[in-house]
Design a protein around this ligand. Structure first.
Ligand SMILES: Nc1nc2c(c(=O)[nH]1)N=C([C@H](O)[C@H](O)COP(=O)(O)OP(=O)(O)OP(=O)(O)O)CN2
Ligand SMILES: [Zn+2]
Length: 148
């Protein structure tokens, strides 16, 4: 049922939902627009030719009206299924640079992984619902992308 204020005006309440998912992948930080020397200089050990791996933790947050009939911003079961299709199937247990066509010419930094996830999720969700992608690349390295 719709909630009303003291003047009987319908109150719209905004909620945020976050779903967390982890995936494992390997990558190498290497930019095709830079020389080998520049890549080594900028990316250091992360430019190791044979790559290295991470257990990434992704937090997907949606923001929207709490529906007065369902009590939900969106059904988390639907969000879980979308994350399976957009994150787990293409990225889990993959070599990001070699197995994911997007990263064949885009450096697989965590910023760009966040952009990849945003771009693929935003087109599968109702307009203005996706709020934030947060990725923990390691316990200490955390990236946030909000589609800006
Ligand atoms: N702006 C960015 N910088 C870096 C990224 C990135 O995605 N965006 N990624 C890396 C590497 O992938 C690297 O694996 C991170 O290494 P490191 O900082 O050494 O990882 P830890 O947090 O585990 O290291 P500690 O030694 O424990 O501090 C580098 N830069
Ligand atoms: Zn890395």
């Amino acid at each position: 049922m719709a909630q009303t204020d003291t003047k009987n005006k319908v109150v719209e309440r905004i909620g945020y939902i976050t779903r967390v998912q982890s995936f494992s992948a390997c990558h190498r930080l290497h930019s095709p627009t830079l020389s080998d020397e520049q890549n080594k200089e900028i990316f250091g050990k992360c430019n190791n030719p044979n790559g290295h791996g991470h257990n990434y933790k992704v937090e997907v947050t949606v923001r929207g009206k709490i529906d007065c009939h369902t009590g939900m911003v969106m059904n988390i079961t639907d969000l879980k299924q979308l994350i399976e299709e957009v994150v787990m199937i293409p990225l889990d247990h993959k070599n990001l640079d070699q197995d994911v066509p997007y990263f064949s010419d885009v450096v697989s930094t965590t910023e760009n992984v966040a952009v990849y996830i945003w771009d693929n999720l935003v087109k599968r969700l109702p307009a203005n619902l996706l709020y934030e992608i947060k990725i923990h690349e390691t316990d200490k390295n955390i990236v946030v992308y909000r589609g800006e």
